[in-house]
Write a protein that binds this ligand. Structure first.
Ligand code: MIC
Ligand code: SF4
Length: 753
């Protein structure tokens, strides 16, 4: 569908002049990322270029997207901002709260009744403030955005880390917490540190079993889960132009898994084709007219090392399919080496479930390629040995692929089609297993594979691959099977081999849908009354957090010293807890229950320094809070990686944690902490992590002269009477220090109203 064409026309009419002015300012050729960033500045062009990786910049994004699990908190905050309508076009997408169990229809019915209160809230808030509402079953936020809202050269933010998916259509799209979204909807600037730039040059062409997914699986292996932090990844080269727009989307989507701020491709014929086939020929026409401004300057493509902070080159001619995992998306193995890994590391060889779809890999091309594998199984007398689950990304895709017989191809080999929703990708999966204790393997075409993410089971080894590879594995039921080289034995005892998958980029008969599931807001929603029941267990109006008291923090008990990976899934688990995403106090009962305690090596078992007893993390934090004590959380590298969910920052804030002190942060989480008035601190010397003991009382000093660039000081009071002291860094600018002092950015906004 075509939305907001006037807005797009305006962006395009101003873009050439803005790009020219930026080129003059920077005094060299421009990457595409710079063109879009400089043309979306909130203020006038500065007198000198912004320092990449150093300076904070105010931007004016064109639109905002929110999904149901994060929109609740974003909108609860927005409701206190005193506006009658959102300042920029915004949408809400109901996708995260639908649990996959027995199949699309029944599951959607259950979700509609179980989540009624939340859906009604989101629908009425959307109507009141002029927000487009995509009903449950309409599809997953990022697929719906790509099909309807993304446009080359635009800038958007979204309350979900995979908002970056829209880079597939040449948009700078960035995942943020709800408080950031609220700022933009309230008509304020949105702040981001000027990103550094990584260029990825793609040469050659994909063929055979290899697909766009394998490019990003390989990049994840190269850059690791934190290698993209603070960077935009810009793809280019003949190989880039040969990828479908949706293939580009898959690559950008998983840029979240390397911590990248976002990823982007230059506008090309493939994007034009996609825009036309999804009902937006007007946008393609407008974009064609200014194509030079929607790609990097030619010199950038010729001498990339002069313009990017880092350049990576990948030859698609020789790229193999990849399988990544388990437990982290950057454990990357070319398929030819994967079997060795499975054996050496003793991963469960039997594959129990293969799952395809999600926001990452739901395109027509993906599903035709996977279906071509499934069809061979049928003709070659094979049945899927593993369970096989399909979650289409949108109703548009579902309707079209059903019409074209693709869903039937999956069902013929035992596939089960779930609702157009996140489902198993976010732990909304009633997995029907006979033994949850068994070590077991599953493989998905999703993006994340952190422990417990899909089914809540720590024994599940989750691997990530392309939909066609997942389908082949599901047929074989064996992780040691390599579809490129190995034979399978069929039901009549013959040895058969699967041929290379064949895909169709865009449906020959066009996309089709009966009811896309969109609800436009009324022209005037001011009369709509929003009700939140005071006794609701799912929604709770927000109480402002208290302001800083003006003194250093002293004697804070250590709450937990987290060891190793601590993602937002460890800090605020999803799955069953998604139901409390609109109720801060209730969801706080999941705070850090997945984090591994350094001292006991156990999850959710920490020493309560008041009683000396071991207890759950949320209960201990509540005990400290009740005793009038703040507390402090210590963590490892890339703390808060993964999701944009600001609950991971609001829960500690709510339970009295004053500071999070870690070796390094993931970008979105660090910002979320700052926005909520917390101290996000990093060890100046990472080895100081080792000084922290289980029953330490901790001071944070230097707060009365809290200034950008100036370290604070931590004093550890050990129980044996000794002390340690060391400096800690922070990245707060003047404004962010004001957020801290006010007790949160929202308090500051309220004060200014
Ligand atoms: C995810 O993929 O982890 C999620 C669930 O989509 C999150 C958002 C959330 O936690 O609500 C994300 O990626 O930001
Ligand atoms: Fe939903 Fe999974 Fe995509 Fe997140 S990554 S938006 S949970 S489908």
């Amino acid at each position: 569908m075509l939305f907001d064409i006037e807005l797009i026309r305006k962006v395009y009419s101003e873009l050439p002049a803005k790009v020219a002015a930026a080129r003059k300012l920077v005094n060299r050729h421009l990457t595409l990322s710079e063109k879009i960033l400089y043309s979306h500045l909130w203020d006038e062009l500065p007198s000198k270029p912004f320092g990449r990786g150093v300076e904070y910049v105010n931007f004016g994004p064109d639109r905002v997207a929110m999904q149901d699990a994060t929109a609740q908190m974003a909108l609860l905050q927005f409701m206190t901002a005193g506006r009658s309508r959102t300042a920029v076009p915004s949408t809400v997408h109901c996708d995260h709260l639908i649990q996959a169990s027995v199949g699309a229809h029944a599951d959607l019915d259950v979700a509609l009744s179980q989540n009624k209160e939340v859906y009604d809230f989101l629908e009425s808030v959307s109507a009141k403030y002029g927000i487009g509402f995509w009903k449950p079953g309409a599809g997953i936020i990022h697929q719906v955005i790509l099909e309807n809202y993304a446009f080359p050269g635009g800038m958007m933010i979204g309350t979900d880390s995979h908002t970056v998916n829209a880079g597939g259509l040449g948009m700078i799209a960035i995942g943020v917490g709800g408080a950031d979204a609220m700022d933009v909807m309230a008509g304020m600037a949105w702040e981001l540190k000027m990103p550094k730039l990584i260029g990825v040059k793609l040469t050659g062409r994909l063929s055979g079993w290899t697909s766009a997914k394998d490019i990003i699986l390989k990049v994840a292996g190269i850059l690791t889960v934190k290698g993209g932090t603070g960077c935009i990844v810009e793809y280019f080269g003949e190989g880039a132009d040969s990828l479908s727009a949706t293939g580009k989307g898959t690559i950008c989507n998983m840029g979240a898994e390397i911590g990248a701020t976002t990823s982007i491709f230059g506008y090309d014929a493939k994007m034009s084709d996609y825009l036309k086939s999804t009902g937006r020929p007007e946008i393609a026409k407008l974009a064609d007219e200014i194509i030079g401004d929607l790609r990097a300057d030619d010199n950038v493509y010729q001498s990339p090392t002069k313009y990017f902070d880092q350049v990576i080159e990948i030859d698609l001619n020789t790229l193999e399919p990849y399988v990544n995992g388990p437990f982290t998306p950057d454990a990357a193995y070319p398929i030819s080496e994967f079997v060795k890994q499975v054996k050496e590391k003793d991963y469960p060889q039997k594959l129990e479930v293969g799952l395809i779809g999600s926001c990452t890999n739901s395109s027509y091309e993906d599903l035709t390629r996977a279906a071509s594998v499934a069809r061979q199984a049928t003709t070659k007398n094979l049945k899927a040995k593993a369970e096989f689950v399909i979650t289409p990304g949108s109703e548009l895709i579902r309707y079209t692929t059903e019409r074209d017989g693709l869903l039937a191809d999956f069902e013929k080999i035992g596939g089960l089609v779930m609702a157009n929703a996140c489902g198993p990708c976010i732990g909304q999966w009633k997995r029907h297993t006979d033994d949850p204790e068994r070590r077991n393997s599953i493989i998905t075409s999703f993006n994340r594979n952190f422990a417990k993410r899909n089914d809540g089971n720590p024994n599940t080894h989750s691997f990530v691959a392309s939909p066609e590879i997942v389908t082949a594995y599901a047929i074989s039921g064996d992780l040691c099977f390599n579809p490129l080289t190995d034979y399978l034995v069929n039901e009549t005892g013959e040895k058969v081999k699967l041929n290379e998958p064949e895909g169709i980029e865009l449906p020959v008969a066009g996309f089709e849908v009966k009811d896309a599931g969109f609800l436009a807001p009324p022209a005037d929603g001011s009369a709509i009354n929003i009700v939140v029941k005071p006794d609701s267990e799912r929604l709770q109006l927000l109480e402002p957090f208290g302001a800083w008291t003006g003194t250093d923090f002293t004697g804070l008990p250590l709450l937990i010293k987290a060891k190793g990976k601590c993602t937002t899934d460890h800090i605020s688990m999803a799955g069953p807890w998604l139901r409390f995403r609109g109720h801060l106090d209730n969801i706080s009962d999941n705070m850090l229950i997945g984090a591994v305690n350094f001292f006991t090596e156990k999850t959710n078992l920490i020493k309560n320094q008041i009683t000396g007893q071991y207890a759950a993390v949320p209960a201990t934090a509540r005990a400290y809070k009740a005793a009038g004590l703040g507390s402090i959380v210590v963590g490892d590298e890339n703390y808060g990686e993964g999701s944009s969910r600001e609950h991971a920052a609001m829960e500690p804030r709510h339970l009295g944690v004053k500071a999070i002190l870690v070796k390094s942060f993931a970008r979105i989480h660090e910002t979320n902490l700052k926005k909520q008035g917390m101290l996000a601190l990093t060890f100046s010397n990472k080895a100081d992590y080792n000084l922290i003991r289980e029953d330490d009382k901790i001071d944070i000093t230097g707060l009365t002269s809290f200034t950008p660039g100036k370290p604070l000081v931590i004093v550890l009071h050990h129980s044996d009477g000794t002390q340690d002291q060391f400096p800690v860094n922070h990245s707060y600018n003047e404004m962010q220090i004001e957020w801290f002092k006010a007790g949160g950015a929202l308090n500051l906004l309220r004060m200014s109203l």
